[in-house]
Design a protein around this ligand. Sequence first.
Ligand SMILES: *[C@@H]1O[C@H](CO)[C@@H](O)[C@H](O)[C@H]1NC(C)=O
Ligand SMILES: *[C@@H]1O[C@H](CO)[C@@H](O)[C@H](O)[C@H]1NC(C)=O
Length: 190
Amino acid sequence: FSIFTKKNPRKPQFVTLFEQRNFAGRKLDLSSDCTRISDKNFPERCNSVQVESGAWVGYEHENFRGRQYLWDMSDRGEYNCYDRWCAQGDHISSVRAVKQDNNPARAQLFERAGFSGKKMELQDDIPNLMSRYSLNRVASIRVLGGAWVVYQEPNYRGPHYILEKRDYNNFSDWGSQNSTIGSMRRVRFN
Ligand SMILES: *[C@@H]1O[C@H](CO)[C@@H](O)[C@H](O)[C@H]1NC(C)=O
Ligand SMILES: *[C@@H]1O[C@H](CO)[C@@H](O)[C@H](O)[C@H]1NC(C)=O
C-alpha cells in the first residue's frame, strides 16, 4: 500500500504575493485558488509577485470578479511592482490558477458575436492587431489550444482578459465592457 498510488498528472503550481514592492513585506504563498485573500490574513494590497510555476490571475474583487491581472512565467515570473502587470493600483482580492492546456496554442478571432463575420486564426503572439490585421474589434473568440491573454492596447498594455480553452460568444464572456482589442499573446506556463 502506498499513499503515492494516485499520481497527480498536472504540474504543481505555485505563486507568492508580497505586500510591498521588490518582494518585501508580508507574503502569501498560494498553490491553489483563493476566493478571498483577506481570509488568509493577508492585506488586500499586493505590490510584487513571484510566480514559481504555472500561471495565475489576480482579481480586483473577491470571487474572481473585477479587473484581471495576469502573472505568468514570462520574464521568469518576476513582477517587482504593479506596473509590471499593467495595474493602476495595488488592490487584489482574489487569485486563481489559469487552467493549463497542453495542446498547441491556437485561437480563432471573429469580427462578430456568435462566431460569425471575418475570421482570423492565431498560433502566435500578435503585438498589434491593427497593423497586422487592420482589426481593433473582436466580438467573439474560440480558444482551441493553450491559454491566451487579450489586451485592450497594443504591445501587451492596458486592461487585459485571460482566455482559457473554451468558446467566448461575446466580450462580456471574457469580462470586458467592449470589443476593443489591441494585442494578444499566449500565456506562458513555464
Ligand atoms: C453574451 O453571450 C452570452 C452567452 O454566452 C449571453 O448570455 C449574453 O447575453 C451575451 N451578452 C451580450 C452583451 O451580447
Ligand atoms: C472599452 O472599455 C474600456 C474599459 O473597460 C475603456 O477604457 C475603453 O475606452 C473602451 N473603449 C471603447 C472604444 O469604448
